[in-house]
Write a protein that binds this ligand. Structure first.
Ligand code: FAD
Length: 291
């Protein structure tokens, strides 16, 4: 069964959450609690991010993903990045995921390490996500990949971004999760382009609520998402009122999700940032919208 099987059977729109595994201050115990609270909301799947470059948490993604599917009984998706992997590293990663009983993987290139440019990255064993996907498919995983409604930050031409998406589908990706966006119109236009390019697998829309001006500036500079004027107005209005700003951010994300649901998006993915209250608000907005 794939991660959308339950939604297909129940004829509901798949809703999923994303969390990060233990790192820095976040202990394994805290990550387990977050996973438990997210799982209790009944999502179709929970995806667990991957940080390249060690930072003392080797295997954390596989461990949490395994716990989500085997102990909490919710399908999980483990992210994996390939930009600096050798063939041997990948074989080791695949073993680790297999040993943990992980079945679904989101195949990503990952952000380029500091000091490495695209040309250098292209000489690696797996320069792009499309090069990682077949290896994971061959190893028996159900494989998803990333989609960019406004184009990837390093790619100025949206049509090229859509071509790259098609390459990932051709390489064996069986679902996509999008980068965050704050204006649904970009998603709808992108869906039309993707349809025209022959994208036939589900494209799940990724939504992240803004929590602070700092967080949002970091995100938009990292991924190139547009900030529409309603968001800028809210950021300005609540500049000195962090509590109201958070509430406005969650509310804005819920309105986006409701609109996507009513437009029949293939799935709705909430970047919950290990904050169960964000996932809870999203779930009740969507359940409310469905009622
Ligand atoms: P690719 O699809 O490989 O694309 C990378 C760049 O190369 C793009 O500019 C693309 O246009 C270009 N390109 C692709 N194919 C070709 C080609 N054939 N020829 C020339 N150029 C090409 N990062 C993490 O480190 N950990 C995570 O857990 C993580 N989770 C994510 C989850 C989602 C849903 C998303 C949207 C992103 C996530 N990221 C994560 C960030 C991601 O790693 C970066 O956005 C990264 O820069 C691109 O990854 P990709 O898999 O989309 O790369």
């Amino acid at each position: 069964d794939d991660i959308f099987a339950r939604a297909r059977t129940q004829k509901t729109q798949p809703v999923s959450f994303e969390m990060f595994p233990p790192k820095g201050e976040l202990t394994l115990e805290q990550a387990r609690d977050v996973a438990g609270e997210l799982a209790a909301l009944g999502p179709d799947f929970i995806s667990v991010t991957y940080s390249a470059g060690g930072s003392g948490n080797a295997g954390a993604t596989a461990r949490i993903a395994s716990m989500i599917s085997h102990e909490l009984d919710v399908p999980s998706v483990a992210h994996l990045t390939c930009v600096s992997l050798t063939h041997d590293d990948l074989a080791e990663k695949i073993n680790e995921l297999k040993r943990a009983g992980v079945e679904n993987v989101l195949a990503l290139r990952g952000d380029l390490p500091a000091g490495v440019d695209a040309a250098q990255a292209a000489t690696g064993a797996f320069p792009f996500a499309k090069d990682l996907i077949p290896e994971l498919v061959d190893a028996g995983f159900c494989v998803g990949a990333a989609a960019y409604p406004e184009g990837h930050i390093d790619c100025d031409d949206l049509a090229r971004s859509v071509e790259h998406l098609k390459q990932k589908q051709d390489a064996g990706a069986s679902f996509f999760v999008t980068q965050l966006f704050f204006d649904n119109e970009y998603f709808y236009r992108f869906r039309e382009l993707a349809d025209a390019a022959g994208i036939s697998v589900p494209v799940t829309a990724g939504i992240m609520p803004f929590m602070s001006k700092q967080q949002i500036s970091r995100m938009v500079f990292m991924c190139g998402a547009s900030l529409p004027s309603p968001v800028i107005k809210l950021l300005a209005r609540y500049e000195n009122d962090p509590v109201s700003l958070r509430a406005a951010g969650i509310d804005y994300a819920c309105r986006q999700l409701e609109d996507l649901a009513s437009h029949g998006a293939d799935g709705l993915h909430v970047y919950a940032m290990n904050r169960p209250e964000v996932a809870r608000a999203a779930m009740s907005a969507l359940r409310g919208a469905a009622a």
